[in-house]
Design a protein around this ligand. Structure first.
Ligand SMILES: Cc1cc2nc3c(=O)[nH]c(=O)nc-3n(C[C@H](O)[C@H](O)[C@H](O)COP(=O)(O)OP(=O)(O)OC[C@H]3O[C@@H](n4cnc5c(N)ncnc54)[C@H](O)[C@@H]3O)c2cc1C
Length: 384
């Protein structure tokens, strides 16, 4: 559909990708109607701040709200889209309303995957997950009383939650099938974070088989028979794209909404953020990270208006995490392989600027507890 025929864009999902996309439509000169529909009742906020600032009690919702959209974007918050008819160009909302559109942006993100989704939970087991402000408030309240927290999944989120729980005075046991953080950050950075966690008293447990049971007092049982009881058991085992409302459409949603390099899913439909699977060197993949969601949203907005003339996505390849006193910012390929070169600091130092190379070619640059502009970090992660 030519852009001048596009009079009403519906954006479904009102978090980071949805708000950035709506804003980018305006910045690209779109003066038609935009309706942003979001399942959460609160305006968009920074999800990364939930595990870093909110859970530790340093921040509240008001501190982490994203920049508000202008009044030229109609917002329907606290409302889920339950289905869509792409041929008739019509959305059905959970309050029974219907919204007609001629352009659709899918930005419904992801939800926490549960052990129950993996067939690793007894029916009714008390499993806690962590994805939104309500989860953060609920877990924050539980941590007022909890003495022992068991976390299943020692990836980035599991480690950040462990760090916050330790800050809140809980004893933490982290269980995973794999060595902590290796798959995400590689051996060097994983070892750094694990050493910091061990220093704070976190206990790491590895086992190939994990199962949760218990309605009142949750227990994690391992394949070798060990049992870990917690006042709270949190699973941090990845996320699943929110695509159920797209059932019955022609869209390929098996591993997230499959799009081209400009975020187009076909016709007048684009997708961005945690729900979207963009082409990558290893096939179509979701990249559930903050900067990816932002760049994809800008790319998809431009493509909805300008089609092939809009530039394809340049993956931002930027990521950060904060845990156990370590502020880690990374640009380039993750996980980096092998040992880094120390550009600043050295073995044992708490402030580091690191670079990984493949032969002579830089692949990854990482700052640990050091203020380095992202632009500089990015330059250090690439061939000059
Ligand atoms: C605790 C936590 C910490 C994180 N920390 C980091 C970090 O340190 N660094 C980093 O790079 N990334 C981090 N991330 C990832 C980052 O927050 C996400 O990549 C980003 O939020 C994705 O934005 P999104 O808009 O695509 O999806 P989401 O933020 O998931 O938002 C999707 C929105 O769509 C709504 N929705 C879903 N279905 C419907 C429907 N049918 N109708 C209407 N609305 C719907 C949802 O309610 C939600 O509000 C973290 C994530 C979490 C949960």
């Amino acid at each position: 559909m030519p852009a001048d025929a596009l009079r009403h864009v519906a954006v479904v999902g009102a978090s980071l990708a949805g708000t950035v996309l709506a804003d980018a439509l305006r910045r690209n000169g779109f003066d038609g109607r935009i309706t942003l529909i979001g399942g959460e009742a609160s305006p968009a906020y920074s999800r990364p701040a939930l595990s870093k600032g909110v859970l530790t009690g340093k921040e509240q919702l008001d501190d982490i709200l994203l920049h508000p959209l202008g009044s030229d974007v109609e917002q329907r918050l606290g409302t889920h889209v339950v289905s869509v008819d792409l041929d008739a160009r019509r959305l059905v909302l959970d309050d029974g309303d219907e919204i007609a559109f001629d352009g659709l942006a899918i930005t419904t993100g992801a939800r926490a995957r549960r052990l129950a989704d993996l067939g690793a939970a007894e029916p009714g087991a008390r499993e806690t997950t962590f994805r939104d402000i309500l989860d953060a408030r609920r877990l924050g309240g539980e941590l007022d009383r909890a003495r022992r927290v068991v976390i299943v999944g020692a990836g980035i989120l599991g480690m950040e939650l462990a760090s916050a729980c330790v800050d809140r005075g809980a004893e933490v046991i982290l269980i995973d099938q794999q060595p902590p953080l290796r798959a995400q950050l590689g051996e060097f950075l994983a070892d750094l974070a694990v050493a910091a966690a061990l220093e704070r008293g976190v206990r790491f447990v590895q086992d190939a088989s994990v199962r949760i049971r218990g309605r009142e007092t949750p227990v994690v049982e391992l394949g070798d028979g060990r049992r870990f009881e917690g006042d709270v058991v949190i699973s941090a085992v990845g996320c699943l794209p929110n695509v159920e409302w797209l059932a019955g459409t022609h869209l390929d949603t098996a591993g997230g909404v499959r799009v081209d390099s400009r975020g187009r899913a076909g016709g007048n439909v684009v997708a961005a953020g945690d729900v979207a699977a963009y082409p990558s060197g290893s096939g179509h993949r979701r990249t559930p990270l903050w900067n990816s969601a932002m760049e994809q949203a800008r790319t998809a907005a431009a493509a909805l208006l300008r089609g092939d003339e809009a530039p394809p996505l340049i993956p931002p390849e930027y990521f950060w995490t904060e845990q156990f006193g370590l502020a880690i910012k990374a640009c380039g390929t993750l996980p980096p392989a092998g040992q880094p070169i120390y550009l600043e600091g050295g073995p044992g130092a708490s402030e580091l600027l690191l670079q990984w190379r493949s032969g002579d070619v830089p692949t990854t640059a990482v700052a640990v507890n050091t203020r380095v502009p992202v632009k500089k970090l990015r330059a250090l992660s690439r061939r000059a």
